[in-house]
Design a binder for this molecule. Structure first.
Ligand code: ZN
Length: 122
């Protein structure tokens, strides 16, 4: 996807710098928090070429000069879903991302249940 430069500049006005979580490598810079609209999952969304796309994917593609395949998921290594800083994003397969999510939920004592519910405990 090739985004016109003026549109990219305009999109940039919708992010605000925010300190990355404690312990996150400071050389990777602050989080670029999306301040525009968000989807129901908490990811920023932006209209590009007439359709809504995830803001962090738009930033990653524009700044890395790559076209992500739908099967390529961007993992927020800073764990901030609204973050659009490409230095905080890593390409993973959707299966690997799901496994990471399950591991994180286990670590915090919340297990995924079918139909979108959650339960706390072991
Ligand atoms: Zn971040």
């Amino acid at each position: 996807m090739s985004l016109p430069l003026d549109r990219l500049r305009e999109i940039f006005t919708h992010v605000g710098e925010h300190a990355a979580p404690e312990g996150f490598d400071p050389l990777r810079g602050p989080c670029w928090v999306w301040m525009g609209r968000a989807d129901r999952y908490g990811y920023g969304k932006v209209s590009v070429f007439g359709k809504y796309q995830k803001a962090h994917r738009v930033f990653y593609e524009a700044m890395r000069g790559v076209d992500l395949r739908p099967s390529q998921v961007l993992d927020h290594e800073c764990r901030q879903r609204l973050c659009c800083n490409p230095n905080h994003l890593a390409i993973v397969t959707s299966r690997a991302n799901t496994l990471r999510g399950i591991a994180a939920r286990r670590a915090f004592g919340v297990l995924p249940l079918p139909f979108g519910g959650t339960r706390t405990g072991t």
